[in-house]
Ligand binder design. Structure first.
Ligand code: 6U4
Ligand code: NA
Ligand code: NA
Length: 156
């Protein structure tokens, strides 16, 4: 079909530091990013976000909020990705390494954008000041950012 693939991305931001996962396998291997993955049949987007955070970082968000939506178009993938970004400032449990991710805290001013997806440097400033955002990013050869559009907007 032509409908986009739905994914989630959870950002833990305590106001000074963000918790990122160093991805050990699969798509985006070697990059730091938030925790997330595909929405499975029968679950809501929020449930998928909660599940992936538990699976990848071993924690449960206390104050999960909708932070924005990112659309990624790849010239080497059959459909676009619609990534629902959530954020939380507190959580239960202790972040732990999993088969997929190694969690690392970064101060806001030390976020390693050179080891992250090329879109992240554009929308992190909005995330960190808690502005709801919508971004559209076009990639070629999987990781090369060709074009983007980013707007601040009301949720919903
Ligand atoms: P499986 O098949 O279960 O191992 P799953 O965990 O469902 O995979 P995965 O890890 O491939 O999915 O999900 C990709 C994750 O990477 C999602 O959280 C969204 C995130 N992501 C993908 N492209 C991104 C990009 N350009 N910028 C970004 N995050 C991206 O910041
Ligand atoms: Na994942
Ligand atoms: Na998954």
């Amino acid at each position: 079909g032509t409908s986009p693939k739905l994914l989630t991305l959870v950002m833990i931001d305590d106001g000074k530091r963000v918790l990122l996962g160093h991805k050990k396998r699969g798509f985006g291997m070697g990059y730091y990013n938030g925790f997330g993955g595909k929405v499975e049949p029968g679950e809501t987007i929020r449930q998928a976000a909660e599940r992936e955070l538990q699976e990848e970082a071993c924690i449960e968000a206390v104050d999960l909020r909708e932070a924005g939506v990112l659309v990624f178009a790849f010239d080497d993938q059959p459909v676009a990705w619609e990534v629902h970004v959530f954020a939380a400032s507190s959580f239960r449990g202790e972040p732990a390494e999993t088969d997929e991710m190694r969690p690392v805290w970064f101060n806001h001013e030390d976020v390693p954008f050179e080891q992250m997806w090329a879109d992240d440097q554009f929308w992190y400033p909005l995330l960190l000041r808690r502005a709801y955002f919508r971004g559209v990013f076009a990639f070629t050869q999987t990781t090369q950012l060709l074009w983007h559009s980013l707007t601040e907007r009301d949720p919903g």
